[in-house]
Design a binder for this molecule. Structure first.
Ligand code: FES
Ligand SMILES: [Fe+2]
Length: 438
């Protein structure tokens, strides 16, 4: 339970807000590369409450500038894509990809007014299917050497989806290992061999037990949280019959991402980036340590559940998320189908646009959430004190040396969960066709 003031402090991210200042110190996903693949590579982007337009210019370079023309505010998403930038259709002012106004064709001959006009512009970078933006002051930080960035393009698939709620509650479902035993419970197990590209459908580690069964049969995980250079490492133990323990390691990557196992072959690194205070996108990078990712299949699976161009889920608040009480009685815990994304979406959206945390009661299994909020508050305080170097992965840290993070499921008959998890990870990395050594 926290105060209204604190809830506002840790959820609101518009320009000038303390949490917004923290998020702006990191690269944030702005669009999928897929969105720029059409004939006209210009897309509206709303990020951290700021309306922007992203485009690829004639030289193949990306630009991200303010959406409303600095002249009289026309929408530059309708701009003429010319040379190295966008030309406003209202009076023809031309902006290059850095936002500089380079021409005002209607102003008197010889006018140099354009030299003084600059649209807000942010640095962008493209990595494995996602266009990233840096909206903070100074030079952008380096990218960490996470698996999703190290792996070749063939082994990473990126997708996104809209959730109509504040980013923090979206992130908090990802650092809550207990919910998977309930929210994602399937009352019957499917054949794990037919579940490519889906989460929580594989076998548990080297066993023949479907992960759905582990989650269902052992609903009281023992959760521990460690501080790391990138954020938090969460370990969830499920003590099973026969002296076995299921060890699941997931991570919070500061400030808005998580890294979790998806199957024995793949992990998911997922950012919960704010569109504004009341909406967010999840951007996921599915990284394979084995075969190249079947992107066509994974895209088709996800496009069945989403509509373009907004990547809005077909199941949503307006249609009760497809809720079917009969299904809830016999097949799933939620009655909302087999796609676990829909379960998570319901869980986070049903808390309201911005969860009122003055009314919550956190339990022992919410330790990841408690630790994350503490970390966010410390980062807010550090920035207010002018100590940017105290933020995770900034300052003196050699960000490019940060690898992993280890995200996996292991089953062990010992009490040394740590080594069981590490050796499972080491085996996967050793067999990986790209250089995944850490
Ligand atoms: S509003 Fe854009 S050029 Fe006038
Ligand atoms: Fe979930």
């Amino acid at each position: 339970m926290i105060s209204h003031e604190l809830n506002d402090l840790i959820t609101r991210i518009g320009p000038g807000t303390p949490a917004g200042a923290v998020l702006r110190r990191y690269w944030q996903p702005a669009a999928l590369s897929d969105e720029l693949a059409g004939e006209r590579p210009v897309v509206p982007v709303t990020l951290l409450g700021e309306k922007l337009v992203l485009f690829r210019d004639d030289e193949g370079q990306l630009g991200l500038i303010q959406r409303h023309c600095p002249h009289r505010g026309a929408d530059l998403c309708y701009g003429r894509l010319e040379d190295n930038g966008l030309r406003c259709p209202f009076h023809g002012w031309h902006f290059n990809r850095d936002g500089q106004c380079v021409e005002q064709p209607g102003e008197p001959e010889g006018s140099r007014m354009h030299e003084q006009i600059k649209a807000r512009a942010y640095p962008v970078a493209e990595r494995n299917g996602i266009v990233w933006a840096y909206m903070g002051p100074g030079e952008p930080p380096a990218f960490p050497n996470f698996d999703c960035f190290r792996a070749p393009e063939s082994h990473v698939f990126a997708f996104k989806g809209l959730w109509e709620c504040n980013w923090l509650q979206a992130l908090e479902v990802g650092i809550d290992p207990a919910h998977a035993s309930f929210l994602h419970r399937f009352l019957q197990d499917e054949n794990p061999d037919e579940q490519y590209g889906k989460q929580f459908r594989d076998r548990a580690a080297d066993t023949n037990i479907p992960i759905t069964q582990v989650l269902r049969d052992y609903p009281r995980p023992e959760i521990s949280v460690e501080d790391t250079a990138y954020g938090l490492k969460l370990t969830a133990l499920r003590h099973m019959d026969g002296g076995l323990t299921h060890v699941r390691v997931t991570n919070q990557i500061f400030p808005v991402a998580i890294s979790i196992p998806m199957s024995r072959e793949m992990i998911i690194t997922q950012w919960h980036v704010p569109i504004d205070d009341e909406n967010c996108y999840w951007y996921a990078m599915f990284t394979s340590f084995d075969k190249p990712v079947d992107k066509d299949l994974m895209r088709a699976q996800r496009l069945q559940e989403h509509t373009l161009p907004d990547y809005a889920p077909r199941k949503n608040r307006a249609n009760n998320y497809g809720y079917d009480p009969k299904e809830q009685g016999t097949q799933t815990y939620t009655g909302m189908g087999m796609d676990i994304n829909v379960h998570d979406q319901w869980a986070v959206e049903s808390l309201g646009r911005i969860q009122d945390r003055t009314d919550e009661h956190l339990g022992k299994t919410d330790i990841g959430i408690i630790r994350y909020r503490r970390m966010l508050r410390a980062a807010i305080k550090a920035l207010q004190d002018g100590d940017e170097a105290a933020l995770p992965m900034l300052g003196a840290t050699n960000v490019a040396a940060i690898q992993g993070p280890l995200s996996n499921d292991a089953v062990t008959d010992t009490t040394d969960w740590q080594s069981a998890s590490q050796s499972a990870d080491a085996r996967r990395r050793a067999a990986c066709p790209w250089d995944a050594t850490v």
